[in-house]
Structures are given as structure tokens and as C-alpha cells.
Design a protein around this ligand. Structure first.
Ligand SMILES: Nc1ncnc2c1ncn2[C@@H]1O[C@H](COP(=O)(O)OP(=O)(O)OP(=O)(O)O)[C@@H](O)[C@H]1O
Length: 311
């Protein structure tokens, strides 16, 4: 059984207007997304800004209302479990946020920040709590003595480690990591990503990893879903997606990954121009009037016609 299964998830936000603020329309932020994640695996959701990645993560954790569809955690439907069961499940699902600068309360010491979930769910004595927080600090590679410092006394990478310490405090099974390194310097990003992989192995964590950066997703994920305007255009194993992308949108994202090998740069640049030209030409044809993506088959047919026309 998968740890988590998301079935045909839809999250629509009402758009209100007029004098009486009546509902005039809906933003279909997530519009029929399905995936499952096995224990210990990393599933990547990738897409450009506004494609619905964050809303998907927030809906799973209960921060956004679900319009329709199901979220099953260890086979239990989160919409129908008892309150007690839901509280247990919520302990098992934690989140790491994008911005370690704003997600940590600047007025609180690290001891209080990391202890927050412990105080919500576990009744520990002051001594037990301090010991657990110190243990967590060591686990994330920070000095246990630093628990009395404030967030501004740490670097960006260290702050994200504090966010991770808070997320793993209750020994969760699933961590939703929403752009966990995009606010960090590139030099620090790799360190934090590698560290996330290390603790994943050590604690048998499962990740839902959200990013707009396909290069990072490639580094981290076993399976990938490519989102565009609230829907999937493609999903599969990381290997399938990178070795044989089917959709022109996926090809475009892959072509946009910077290539660190200088020998490949010229070729990469040419590929990029080619893919961009195809994409621009076909973009209007991708979605029918209801915004439904055409099947991969029809896209590749359209694609072939376009290529033939170009000679
Ligand atoms: N509370 C809300 N009310 C109305 N619309 C919303 C709300 N939250 C998100 N949206 C809209 O839903 C769509 C999807 O947003 P979402 O933040 O999930 O995308 P994203 O792919 O995570 O993008 P980003 O990387 O910029 O966060 C966007 O059009 C956004 O404006």
C-alpha cells in the first residue's frame, strides 16, 4: 500500500466581485491531480509559478479546502476519518516551507521554534523537551548549544536546517517540502538538498517535493508530475521523464536546465532554441477550449505536423 494516494484532487477558489461580493467565477488552482507515493520515496511536483503545486501540498495537509477528490494516507480517507485519527495523521505529515527567513518567528528562540510541534502533540517535561530539541539540533548538524539563539543569528542554510528540525520533531512519515531551497544561495542549495537526502535515508522519510526547478527535481525525485494550469501534462518515473519526455512543455522545462558541462553548452543552447520555437508555435494548440490538455498522442501528432511544416 502506498503511504499517500491523491485521487483526482480539485481545489477551486471562488472569485468574488460586485457590490455584494457574490461568487462570479472560480480559479481552478488544482484541477484533477492524482498520484501516489511509496514509503521512503520522493515524489516531485514541478511546474511554473501558478501551476498549482503549493495548493496541492496545502490541500493535502489541510491548509486549503478540497473541492473534490480524495487524499488517502495509509489507506485512510482524510475527509472521513474521526477527529482523533485525523490528529494522529497530521502528526505524521509535516511541512518544510520555502522561505526560512519568514517561516521562523524572529522573536522566538530556536528552543521554542523547534519545540512548537512537541508542545502541540506531546506532553514533555521542560528537561525532556530541551533534550529532544538538542538532539534534533545535532541531527540537523547544528550545535545543541545554539538553541538559545534567535533565527537572525543563523545563515540561510542553517535556518532551513532549523525548519527541518521542527518538521522532523514528531518523527513524521511524510514531509511536504515546498520549494525548500529556492530562497537560498545556489552554493548552499546543494548542501541542504544533500542533507535532506541523508535524513530521508536515516529516518525513512517520504517526501512530496515541490519545485519550479526541474534540475533540483531531477536530483531529488523518484517520480515526477509535471503541472501546468492545475493539471498534469505528464507524469512518470524520473528516468522516463528525463530520457523520454513526451510533452513539449516537459521538453521545454528540460531544455531550460542549465548544463554545467561546458562541452554541452553549445548543443544545449541550440536545443533550447529549437524547443522554444516549437513550444511557442504549439502553445495555443495544447489546450482545448475547456483548458483540457490534448492526449499525448494528439500532441505528438501536432508536434510532427509542425516539424514537417518547418521542413
Ligand atoms: N487562497 C487563494 N485564493 C485564490 N486564488 C488562489 C489562492 N491560492 C492560490 N491561488 C491561485 O491558484 C493558482 C495556483 O497557485 P499555487 O500557489 O498553487 O501555484 P504554484 O505552482 O505553487 O506557484 P508558485 O511557485 O508561484 O507558488 C494561482 O493562480 C494562484 O493565484
Amino acid at each position: 500500500m502506498s503511504l499517500i494516494e491523491v485521487e483526482n484532487l480539485k481545489v477551486h477558489f471562488p472569485v468574488r466581485g460586485g457590490v455584494f461580493q457574490t461568487v462570479q467565477d472560480h480559479v481552478r488552482a488544482v484541477d484533477g491531480v492524482s498520484f501516489s507515493i511509496e514509503q521512503g520515496q520522493t515524489y516531485g511536483l514541478v511546474g511554473e509559478s501558478g501551476s498549482g503545486k503549493t495548493t496541492t501540498g496545502r490541500a493535502i495537509i489541510g491548509l486549503n479546502d478540497i473541492t473534490s477528490g480524495k487524499v488517502l494516507f495509509e489507506g485512510r480517507d482524510l475527509a472521513t476519518v474521526s477527529k482523533k485519527e485525523y490528529i494522529d495523521v497530521r502528526k505524521d505529515i509535516q511541512m518544510i516551507f520555502q522561505d526560512p527567513f519568514s517561516s521562523l518567528n524572529p522573536k522566538k528562540r530556536v528552543a521554542d521554534i523547534v519545540a512548537e510541534p512537541l508542545r502541540n502533540y506531546e506532553k514533555l517535561s521542560a528537561k525532556e523537551e530541551r533534550m529532544r530539541v538538542q538532539e534534533l539540533m545535532e541531527l540537523v548538524g547544528l550545535s545543541p548549544e545554539a538553541i538559545y539563539k534567535y533565527p537572525h543569528e543563523f545563515s540561510g542554510g542553517q535556518r532551513q536546517r532549523i525548519g527541518i528540525a521542527r518538521a522532523i520533531a514528531l518523527n513524521p512519515k511524510l514531509i511536504i517540502a515546498d520549494e525548500p531551497v529556492s530562497a537560498l544561495d545556489v552554493s548552499v542549495q546543494a548542501q541542504v538538498l544533500n542533507f535532506m537526502r541523508e535524513i530521508q535515508k536515516e529516518l525513512n522519510l517520504t517526501y512530496l517535493f515541490i519545485s519550479h526547478d526541474l534540475g533540483i527535481i531531477r536530483h531529488m525525485c523518484d517520480h515526477i508530475g509535471i503541472m501546468y494550469k492545475g493539471r498534469y501534462v505528464e507524469n512518470g518515473t524520473a528516468e522516463e521523464i528525463f530520457t523520454n519526455p513526451q510533452h513539449i512543455y516537459t521538453k521545454r522545462l528540460i531544455a531550460a536546465i542549465p548544463d554545467s558541462n561546458p562541452r554541452n553548452r553549445d548543443m544545449h543552447y541550440e536545443n533550447r532554441k529549437l524547443v522554444k520555437a516549437e513550444y511557442d508555435r504549439l502553445e495555443k494548440d495544447f489546450f482545448d477550449e475547456e483548458g483540457l490538455p490534448y492526449s499525448l498522442k494528439s500532441i505528438s501528432a501536432t508536434h510532427q505536423v509542425a516539424l514537417a511544416e518547418r521542413g
